[in-house]
Design a protein around this ligand. Structure first.
Ligand code: SAH
Ligand code: AVI
Length: 331
């Protein structure tokens, strides 16, 4: 399958990191961390939430009473599954971008006519491997071909898959973790990857009451806070850093003009952390912006998709219009 030649995009950051040649054992991670923490305001790319612990914490989030997106999207897939499935060509291979637990795929599977293969793509390597094994055990006749990759960069589909009609699946509103401009580039890249006859099924979280939004990202049990802090735990473990996790607090706030939830780690005091011998200074109250989660209106998302080469959109939503699932086609 041909690679898309488009610019690189990274969840949570639009900024190009410096050269990675001398960074050591995990050069891309170290370079991205030093780059993000060297900027004002400080940032870290959201894709680094997902080590094994981060993936497990995200699954816990999906079961929280405040986190409405997962159960709402699953409800839409159940209610509209037959119609969504009817748009997918028989014998297609389905490529899921950011597959996580594969729970959404499992709900869609009964509606997909004679699926030839399932290709879960994820950066969270160990979690991906374990979930692919579970899926094989549950569906012995299904071809499961996991790909460990950052889907925002060029990557290859497994051999032979490109000969099949392709269905893309991008649930969870993971697209909301990209800056809108990068989300457009990503959709255009998926169009190139999937080909001119593809269908792309995308989950999109919708603009809504600020109280509902902020509760979903600042739950009473503190699971989202742990998910956020796990980024620093991972940096400590994998990059030999010495962040004091008690020195940072979780903050989630809706930025209404930009229609996005922002997650931050706020330094409780003035402090300095070391990352591989690089001192990182924090003023009291200074934050690291770890994630944006953009919320769309259906019109705004359809416009974004149209500009990215997906002019035909069918929209499925829940009775409260909390979330939308789009089935996009390139012509
Ligand atoms: N699709 C699942 C999981 C969503 S969580 C659901 O709807 O519930 C987001 C998933 O995308 C995680 O599993 C994370 O590891 C993965 N992910 C995030 N950024 C990624 C990237 N740039 N490339 C590949 N996978 C990514
Ligand atoms: C994966 N992504 C769509 C989630 C979201 O809602 O933005 C990640 C998340 N962050 C905090 N809670 C969940």
């Amino acid at each position: 399958m041909a690679h898309s030649g488009r610019a690189r995009v990274t969840a949570g950051s639009r900024l190009k990191p410096p050269s990675r040649s001398s960074a050591g054992a995990n050069p891309a991670f170290l370079a991205d961390v030093l780059y993000g923490l060297g900027r004002q305001p400080k940032t870290l790319p959201a894709k680094y939430f997902y080590d094994l612990e981060g993936s497990r914490l995200f699954e816990e989030i999906t079961r929280l009473p405040e986190y409405y997106p997962t159960r709402t999207e699953l409800g839409i897939l159940d209610a509209s599954g037959p119609e969504i499935g009817s748009l997918c060509p028989p014998g297609a291979a389905l490529v899921e971008f950011g597959s996580g637990s594969t729970a959404k795929f499992r709900r869609l599977l009964p509606h997909l006519p004679r699926l030839s293969a399932y290709v879960p793509v994820d950066v969270s390597a160990d979690f991906l491997g374990a979930e692919a094994e579970r899926l094989r055990a549950d569906y012995p006749d299904l071809r499961v071909l996991p790909v460990e990759a950052d889907f925002s960069r060029p990557f290859r589909l497994p051999a032979g898959i490109g000969e099949r009609p392709l269905v893309g699946f991008f649930p969870g509103s993971t697209i909301g973790n990209f800056e809108p401009e990068d989300a457009g580039l990503l959709l255009a890249r998926f169009r190139d990857l999937l080909g001119p006859d593809a269908v792309l099924i995308v989950g999109v979280d919708l603009v809504k009451d600020v109280g509902v939004l902020e509760a979903a990202y600042d739950d009473a049990q503190g699971v989202t806070a742990q998910f956020n802090l796990n980024m620093l735990r991972r940096i400590n473990r994998e990059l030999g850093a010495d962040f004091d996790l008690d020195g940072f607090s979780h903050r989630a706030v809706y930025n209404a003009p930009l229609s996005r939830i922002e997650m931050h780690l706020v330094s409780r005091r003035a402090q300095t952390a070391q990352v591989r011998g690089h001192p990182i200074h924090f003023a009291a109250g200074e934050s690291i912006h770890t994630e944006s989660s953009y919320k769309y209106t259906t019109d705004r998302f359809e416009e974004l998709a149209d500009h990215a080469g997906w002019p035909r959109a069918r929209m499925f939503t829940d009775p409260r219009r909390l979330f939308a699932v789009f089935a996009l086609q390139p012509r």
